[in-house]
Design a protein around this ligand. Structure first.
Ligand code: ARG
Ligand code: GLU
Length: 713
């Protein structure tokens, strides 16, 4: 009897450990690892309905959107939904003071009005394959890392070549569990993707950076695009002869509504997590790296905001940059407090002790030294990591420096005496880059940021890793130095720089090489490449190898626990249920918000909370149509799905596989879930699909788009 009880207790305990809604699972392995658990929790479909190579499946409707987001197809004419902040770049590029789509929104009333976006593509996943055995073929444990990686590179190249035969697919092979496993992904990339609709920022970015990462939330974070194909439904560059893409599968949409506890799941492209770091790595992030990075971005944001708040043109120019800078800045802050609250360091230390003891008891000598070795590396890496972060977050954060760095290539090409044709192509690339750069560049902002960040570099980077700038004397004050530099360089001068590019001859290489900003940049680049990078990379490669063993060992130690691999921007499925949470003692958050909360937050004085009149009218008239519930419209909801950056725009689905919302954020109180998931507080934030439809239908009067979709009432 006792034994039976013990077994039951063990199983219950195990179930909790394994399936605490934590995990980003590989679609190919759902059948093996997750489907029973999912169905027990309410899922009504099979694993084959999600991922299959034998039948059309939900995966066929989910795409990589642009470079770092997810999107989903919702009509048989290639209509696509993603977040407003994912479409932001595209919306901004089409915006001017006269046609300010950021402020006013944009709606194509017919297909002819849809706007092309040369830099945008979407990728459909065709197939996943476990290629571990093939990639690791001929690898022997006693080989050096360098030899191993040579063989792996060769094996991967051969596999790719084979997989590409007879198709136009993009093939990607990625390591999982630090290289214990490898998976191959075949994508079909469509490059004609047009902007169809976007709400005004006052809706799509409602709450702005104040509400970003927060709950309760009222952001209508969506934008609409359409994928176009050639006459054979194949990928094609933009052409007015292209036709709407006919998808294998599109997602039906349910407006039946949600309730607490409902099963819900997310399919998309989480970018990167570090769930298996050891305690010393967490210490480095929480106590050293995040604080430095936060401090640097504090300064940048302060400068940008001081200009943007006084001038609308500048506000538009810097809107996208500002959002990018503030986003990680706020996440880093949340990570610090979340890691502390969860006592992550202590918990990780306990696991490490357990691991050490297990290795010793079982005579697993290959694992006995891993933790001490990793620990040693973390003590060595700290100063290098700081140097690395300051290179990226101070020097390269100066816009004109990052622009000047783009000329590295042309200088190298001239040195190597590349052909005229290659040089010409590179110049064309630079012309395009310059156009982008100057469109949104404000020299005074950049100059002020330069004056703030450069001294911080010298205060914080250990002297042996610093750059030496001969003509810079910080005691004399940085502002005069900055001003001279910014006056002398051609890179702050649109006319001069564009002229140089338009009439480029090889003689201009000297001008570029001697440009004061370019020279300034090379001091730092050289310091970084000669003093920091090699050592830093070498230590990282060592940790990679040690983590590979550590994870192998952990899985041996806990044979019944199912481990999920860290996110690596490959398709994953997360599942959980709709659930509120308590952010602190005595406070309980509900799982949904409504349009009443939008009106509550309304404040015409504050840019982020200036509710459009049309929305207020609809609210007063209660003109909610079929999107209402209890006399209001639900705006957002939260659930226990484990997600991260890259999941933006991901479909949030119900038990039957209907679309009920768009993932767009996580709640701040559980944001350390990239390193440690907290079942009690880690929540993904979703835009309720009914608010999205209400905006399209009632606010924009673009009901024809809703008609294209399949709505389940
Ligand atoms: N926090 C969300 C994400 O990580 C939204 C970011 C964009 N919005 C913003 N206000 N910065 O991408
Ligand atoms: N907004 C994030 C993105 O762009 C998703 C939020 C998160 O990090 O979970 O992917």
């Amino acid at each position: 009897m006792k034994k039976v009880l013990l077994i039951i207790a063990l199983c219950v305990g195990m179930a909790n450990i394994n399936f605490a809604d934590e995990g980003m699972w590989i679609p190919l392995l759902l059948e093996k690892y997750n489907i029973q658990d999912m169905q027990k929790k309410g899922f009504k479909l099979s694993a084959e309905d999600i991922y299959s190579i034998n039948q059309d499946c939900l995966m066929d409707a989910v795409v990589i959107f642009g470079r770092g987001c997810t999107g989903e197809i919702v009509s048989d004419k290639g209509l696509l939904l993603t977040n407003h902040h994912c479409g932001y770049g595209a919306i901004q590029k089409h915006s001017t003071i006269e046609h300010d789509y950021l402020t006013n929104g944009f709606w194509a009333m017919n297909m002819k009005e849809e706007l092309p976006n040369p830099d945008l593509s979407v990728k459909f996943l065709k197939r996943i394959e476990d290629v571990s055995a093939k990639v690791l073929k001929d690898i022997k444990p006693e080989m050096t890392e360098a030899n191993k990686s040579k063989i792996i590179v060769k094996n991967i190249a051969a596999l790719k070549k084979q997989a590409q035969k007879g198709n136009n697919y993009k093939v990607v092979i990625k390591p999982f569990f630090y290289g214990n496993q490898y998976y191959m992904f075949l994508y079909e990339e469509y490059t004609d993707v047009r902007l169809v609709g976007a709400p005004p920022s006052a809706i799509g970015k409602f709450g702005g950076d104040t509400d970003n990462w927060m709950w309760p939330r009222h952001t209508g974070d969506f934008s609409i695009f359409r994928v176009y194909a050639d006459k054979n439904n194949k990928p094609a560059k933009y052409s007015k002869d292209n036709v709407p893409y006919k998808p294998k599968k599109f997602l039906p949409i349910s407006i039946k509504g949600i309730k607490k506890g409902d099963f819900t799941w997310v399919m998309g492209y989480p970018g990167s997590t570090q769930e298996y770091l050891i305690s010393d790595a967490i210490k480095l992030i929480a106590n050293v790296r995040n604080p430095h990075r936060i401090k640097l971005r504090d300064e940048r944001l302060a400068v940008m905001n001081s200009y943007a708040s006084k001038n609308d043109t500048i506000r538009i120019k810097y809107a996208s940059k500002n959002a990018r800078v503030s986003n990680s800045w706020k996440r880093w802050k949340g990570e610090i407090s979340g890691l502390e609250r969860l006592q992550t360091i202590k918990k990780k230390q306990e696991l490490e002790q357990k691991f050490q003891a297990w290795a010793k008891q079982n005579n697993k000598t290959e694992y006995s030294d891993i933790i001490p070795q990793l620990s040693k590396i973390y003590s060595e890496v700290e100063d290098l990591a700081i140097a690395y972060d300051y290179w990226r977050e101070s020097i390269r954060a100066i816009e004109v420096i990052s622009f000047a760095s783009k000329f590295d290539n042309i200088i190298r090409m001239a040195n190597e005496k590349k052909s005229d044709k290659e040089i010409k192509a590179e110049i064309e690339y630079l012309q395009a880059q310059a156009k982008k750069f100057y469109k949104d560049y404000v020299r005074n902002i950049d100059e002020d940021i330069f004056s703030k960040l450069v001294p911080m570099y010298f205060e914080n980077v250990k002297s042996e890793y610093q750059a030496h700038v001969p003509d810079l004397n910080l005691k004399k004050g940085i502002s005069t130095y900055a001003h001279k530099l910014f006056n002398k360089t051609i890179f702050t001068n649109e006319e001069k720089c564009t002229n140089l590019l338009n009439n480029f001859t090889v003689a201009d290489i000297e001008t570029l090489k001697q440009d004061p900003v370019y020279v300034f940049y090379t001091y730092f680049k050289d310091a970084y490449t000669t003093k920091v990078k090699a050592q830093y990379d070498a230590l990282n490669a060592q940790t990679n190898k040690l983590y590979r063993s550590y994870l192998k060992g952990l899985q041996e130690m806990n044979p019944d626990k199912i481990y999920y691999p860290d996110a690596n921007f490959t398709m994953r499925v997360s599942y959980g249920n709709i659930e509120g949470f308590s952010p602190r003692d005595g406070v309980e958050y509900t799982y949904y918000t409504t349009i009443d909360g939008v009106i509550e937050k309304d404040n015409p004085e504050i840019y982020d909370y200036d509710v459009p009149d049309r929305l207020k009218e609809l609210h007063t008239a209660k003109d909610f149509g079929r999107y209402q519930e209890n006399g209001t419209v639900n705006t957002c909801f939260i659930a226990t799905n484990h997600t991260t950056g890259g999941n933006s725009g991901s479909p949030v689905l119900d038990a039957e596989g209907n679309l009920i919302g768009l993932n767009f954020d996580r709640a701040w109180h559980g944001i350390q879930s990239d390193m440690m998931f907290d079942p009690e507080r880690s929540r993904n934030v979703t835009l309720d699909i009914r608010y999205l439809l209400f905006i399209i239908d009632k606010l924009a009067g673009a009901g024809h788009l809703v008609e294209e979709m399949t709505i389940i009432e």
